[in-house]
Design a protein around this ligand. Structure first.
Ligand SMILES: *[C@@H]1O[C@H](CO)[C@@H](O)[C@H](O)[C@H]1NC(C)=O
Ligand SMILES: *[C@@H]1O[C@H](CO)[C@@H](O)[C@H](O)[C@H]1NC(C)=O
Length: 557
């Protein structure tokens, strides 16, 4: 992994709020009210440790607020409303809308044809997966878990990874409860691609970006990095550092490409407001029906229950999920929303249809919780709703919880350490290649300076002896470091035969490959590569990665 540079943003920051005008749309920033919003938002941004943030509001079809705050890179360039940032899981609504267009064309259906007919590799449970339709995957009720660890930054194709899903411990019946799963969206995206004979990313471009004129929107942070006015991601070692403006600048990663249908799009305020209002108006923009109305209505129809009890007096008794949108009520108003948390970025979009109001916000740090509250604040202001609590304080409390959670994951939740114990074998006997059918890549252990080194896809970590045959290591994905424990097993022949590794509350056993088997596989590599290349051609240049790598902590909504 790249070593991040520490940069002190604080001094350069002061009040970097920069005003911007959304092209071609009326804009009025001349009132004291807007000054007050600016001050409140910038204060909350700093208090919750956010280096850069854009916020914009479209009310009754007019952009009434579109601003940037803080900075988008370590040079101190300001964030503006035009600044490009990854939108993470807000991608899901665009994937679903693209599928809606194919449904309208009669090429796909929401709830009749099992997806295995389009994606034969997505056959992961003997009964349930034979039945699952796009509607099940898009509303997160397939039973697939919220986890992307096994294919983090893999070089395997999507189809190869889907074949591994049968190694999850999956439920045998459908649930009405939401079980958020990025890979379910990856499967849906592939279903569309296979039916249309066009790569998923191209389909979203053709069906959504182009017809809506979303010229600032595209796929892949790496591609985004080639365009001017893009934000770089930042992370901080503690909330205190973040509040003081002490951040590490990260880099733009390809990590999410595998799950691109779940979270690999970037955009800006201009495009997000337009997109949001088009959805809110059932596919209509500027008097023209651009997306199929019946399909957009389906996108906003509740399917699963995300939260079944009232948690805040301002909200409704339940939060539901449709196809890429959560729905709730806020002080009596319907609100459709979705956040996006990806490596080094965090975002929100919220639609209030009864008031014809769209609010969006993008930030360039993963731990930013303020986007989840800024739309409450602005809705209160714009719709003159009764003030019930200070949303800046609520955002701060949630941000603290996130940093605390990060700290806990970093320490690891291990059993109590037994003192003065030794490994059963000399360290060199643990060296080798270990494999589990769920994981899209082998784990290789090497020895360096009397320490075992853990390698999985692009991740490398030094292992520390914990007790007996247990060793710890750290998965380090940007700000999110999670400590893990593996325990080696000895076979009847007295040799190391594998290791145990806890993954989603289940012990997985990685088997150690025999030397002869590794040689055999190397001999077969040529054959496999030819097969892979053909598959890759079919699947376009976009492979691998995952929306917000799930090292337990990362919860992407
Ligand atoms: C976070 O951790 C600190 C220190 O352990 C503690 O004082 C604080 O109450 C925690 N905050 C939350 C919101 O859990
Ligand atoms: C993922 O792989 C790419 C190379 O394809 C590499 O540049 C990047 O650093 C990797 N990401 C992580 C978090 O290891």
């Amino acid at each position: 992994m790249k070593i991040a540079t520490v940069v002190v943003l604080g001094a350069a920051l002061q009040l970097l709020a920069s005003t911007s005008i959304v092209e071609g749309l009326p804009f009025d920033s001349q009132t004291a009210k807007y000054d007050n919003w600016r001050k409140t938002i910038d204060h909350a941004r700093k208090l919750t440790g956010v280096p850069g943030m854009s916020v914009a509001v479209m009310h009754k079809g007019k952009v009434i607020f579109a601003e940037g705050f803080g900075q988008r890179n370590k040079n101190g360039d300001p964030v503006t409303a035009e600044t490009l940032m990854p939108i993470g899981s807000m991608t899901k609504a665009m994937t679903a809308a693209m599928i809606g267009e194919l449904v309208a064309e009669g090429k796909l259906d929401w709830d009749k044809t099992p997806v295995v007919e389009y994606v034969p590799e997505a056959r992961f449970s003997p009964v349930l997966s034979e039945e699952l339709t796009l509607s099940d995957y898009l509303s997160h009720r397939s039973g697939l878990p919220h986890d992307d660890t096994p294919w983090t930054n893999t070089t395997e194709t999507r189809a190869q990874v889907f074949r591994r899903l049968k190694n999850f411990n999956l439920p045998t019946k459908l649930s009405t409860n939401l079980q958020y799963s990025n890979v379910g969206y990856a499967i849906s995206g592939e279903a569309a691609a296979n039916v249309a004979g066009v790569p998923y990313e191209q389909l979203v471009h053709d069906k959504i970006f182009r017809p809506l004129g979303l010229s600032h929107t595209g796929f892949s942070p790496v591609e985004m990095g080639k365009r001017p006015n893009h934000a770089m991601p930042f992370y901080s070692d503690s909330l205190k550092d973040a509040q003081a403006g002490i951040f590490h600048e990260g880099y733009l990663d390809r990590l999410i490409e595998f799950d691109s249908a779940a979270g690999d799009i970037y955009s800006n305020m201009d495009d997000l407001l337009k997109w949001g209002r088009t959805i809110m108006k059932y596919g209509e923009w500027d008097g023209e029906q651009i997306l199929n109305r019946a399909s957009v209505e389906q996108l906003l129809t509740a399917r699963t229950i995300a939260r079944g009890v009232r948690t805040l007096p301002e909200l409704g008794p339940a939060t539901t999920y449709s196809f890429g949108w959560f729905a709730d009520s806020y002080k009596g108003q319907s609100v459709y929303y979705h956040g996006g948390n990806t490596l080094g970025f965090s975002s929100i979009i919220a639609l209030f249809p009864e008031s014809d109001l769209v609010i969006a916000s993008l930030t360039n740090t993963y731990a930013a919780m303020y986007p989840n509250f800024v739309y409450y604040y602005l809705a209160d202001e714009i719709l003159n709703l009764p003030k019930t609590q200070d949303w800046t304080e609520a955002a701060l409390a949630m941000t603290e919880r996130v940093y605390n959670g990060t700290e806990e994951a970093r320490k690891g939740n291990f059993p109590r350490r037994q003192k003065n114990t030794h490994p059963s074998h000399p360290l060199k006997e643990y060296v080798g290649v270990y494999t589990h059918p769920l994981f899209a890549g082998d784990v290789t252990l090497t020895l360096k300076d009397n320490h075992l080194i853990f390698h999985f896809t692009t991740f490398v970590s030094r292992m520390e002896h914990y007790h007996f045959d247990s060793f710890s290591f750290t998965f380090d994905v940007w700000s999110v470091k999670s400590a893990q424990l593996v325990t080696f097993l000895t076979g009847q022949d007295g040799k190391i035969s594998g290791f145990e590794f806890e993954h989603i509350d289940k012990m997985l056993i990685f088997e150690k490959k025999e030397e002869s088997k590794i040689q055999e596989e190397n001999d077969n590599v040529q054959e496999d590569e030819t097969e892979e290349m053909q598959e890759e051609e079919k699947e376009s240049a976009f492979e691998q990665g995952a929306d917000h790598m799930q090292f337990k902590l990362l919860r992407a909504l």
